[in-house]
Design a protein around this ligand. Structure first.
Ligand code: PLP
Length: 440
């Protein structure tokens, strides 16, 4: 089964597009992203290939953010005047949109946080802190982003639980049989990425949920790189927790989501305490508010949440069928064309079993130099360990360069990347030749 399809099993039936139709649609969508109209330098167009770090924002999202500040910039759940009530209504309407977007059974299961990192920390601190004890095990995979690794290291240290790592196969897939063999009644939680931000691997999350539930363990999905690209139906997937960020799915920075099953969230203590998350406070104690507000202490990111609602509308409008088919087209094309670059090593499984990003290493050229040279051609890529240092160690690399695609990229962006890479490799070869002839 296509692992991406498992995330959207209640979504619309797959439509069939030709490559030309996908290109045409992406070209139309580009018009809605004002930043793509700017030049990096005079005569150099922006080739944005860093959407895994943060996506570009369409006009509708920028307008929703600005409109909120222009028309109803008031705090929520407090004021009894018109614009405050409008702000509250807009904030809660955004929650309803997100709940529908991930098919949560209730808005009480949708908590606004500041992003994936905060969402995972909340689960680790609150659920982990109360449910883990010495002898228990938490299983993560070897390809996790630090955001889905460090919080588990910390809570395991605090509670005495053991952190275990499901290995990868030689071609960068999750070794499902090894993960299955690790599961036992000691396993309390499996925390897994929906898509690797380095390898592009899409693990079989539906199967992992089934196996984990079979031993009574809970499953958290780090959806930072999967929700923006193939959505998530939390009821169909049956995951216990899902974390994702607004800024990677055409929304603004500063807002993210934690989904949790109602009975789990009910039993969890709040991580942050203070205003808004309480029902009644005396000098000695406090009673918590209902869900989801129990976990939203203080002033929440109101305008970003409202704009995230606009991003959800935008993505629904564009449709998963198009987004997935278009990213498959781009990543397959990129895999094919990148092979033309001398000395390149592409990381992760070959298409079609991967998401829409490609990380690579070029022999003899540091990824930071690669990224800096590409910038001369207007090509924006990410270089470094991408917050996955243990994975890079496993790959025998200190760092890599990553090109990541989204719904507004076209094949011409891949061509620009490949051309710029070839020129970079040539320049370095010439430079080395010059140095060796000077020495000789
Ligand atoms: C797989 C993965 N998980 C978590 C995160 C953290 O997301 P944020 O920085 O929005 O909290 C990222 C960000 O790149 C990611 O790629």
């Amino acid at each position: 089964m296509d692992p991406q399809a498992a995330f959207t099993s209640s979504g619309p039936a797959n439509a069939v597009y030709t490559a030309e139709q996908l290109e045409q649609r992406a070209a139309e969508l580009r018009q809605r992203f004002p930043i793509l109209r700017r030049e990096v330098r005079p005569g150099v167009r922006l080739v944005y290939l860093d959407s895994a770090a943060t996506s570009l924002k369409p006009d509708s999202v920028i307008d929703a953010l600005a409109e909120h500040y222009r028309l109803r910039s008031a705090n929520v759940h407090r004021g009894i005047y018109t614009i405050a009530e409008e702000a509250t209504a807009a904030y809660e309407a955004a929650r309803e949109k997100v709940a529908r977007f991930i098919n949560a059974s209730s808005t009480a299961e949708v908590i606004f946080t500041h992003g994936t990192t905060e969402s995972i920390n909340l689960v680790a601190w609150s659920w982990g802190g109360t449910n883990l004890k010495p002898g228990d095990e938490v299983v993560v995979t070897q390809m996790e982003h630090h955001a889905n690794l460090v919080p588990w290291q910390q809570v395991c240290r605090r509670t005495g639980a053991t952190l275990r790592f499901a290995p990868l196969t030689g071609d960068g897939q999750l070794d499902l049989a090894a993960l299955e063999a690790m599961l036992s009644e000691r396993t309390k939680l499996v925390a897994v990425t929906g898509a690797s931000n380095v390898l592009g691997t899409v693990p079989p999350v539906a199967e992992i949920v089934r196996l984990a539930h079979g031993v009574g363990a809970r499953v958290l999905v780090d959806g930072a790189q999967s929700v923006p690209h193939f959505g998530c139906d939390v009821q169909a997937l049956d995951c216990d927790f899902l974390a994702f960020s607004g800024h990677k799915m055409c929304g603004p920075e500063g807002v993210g989501v934690l989904y949790g099953k109602l009975e789990l969230l009910e039993a969890m203590p709040p991580m942050f305490t203070g205003g808004e998350m309480v029902k009644k406070v005396t000098f000695d104690e406090a009673a918590w508010n209902d869900l989801p507000w129990k976990f939203e202490a203080g002033t929440p990111p109101v305008a970003p949440a409202v704009a995230l609602g606009a991003a959800v509308d935008f993505l629904r409008d564009v449709g998963w069928d198009f987004i997935r088919a278009h990213e498959q087209l781009l990543v397959s094309y990129a895999f094919e064309r990148l092979q033309e670059v001398p000395g390149i090593r592409l990381l992760g499984p070959a298409p079609p079993n991967r998401s829409g990003l490609v990380a690579f290493a070029i022999e003899g050229i540091h990824p930071h130099d690669v990224a800096q040279f590409l910038d001369r051609y207007g090509v924006a890529v990410r270089a470094g360990h991408h917050c996955a240092q243990p994975l890079h160690q496993l790959l025998g690399l200190r760092a890599s360069t990553r090109a990541s695609f989204y719904l507004y990229n076209v094949r011409a962006d891949v061509d620009a990347l490949v051309d710029a890479l070839k020129q970079t490799v040539e320049r370095f070869a010439r430079f080395r030749q010059r140095v060796s002839s000077q020495r000789g």
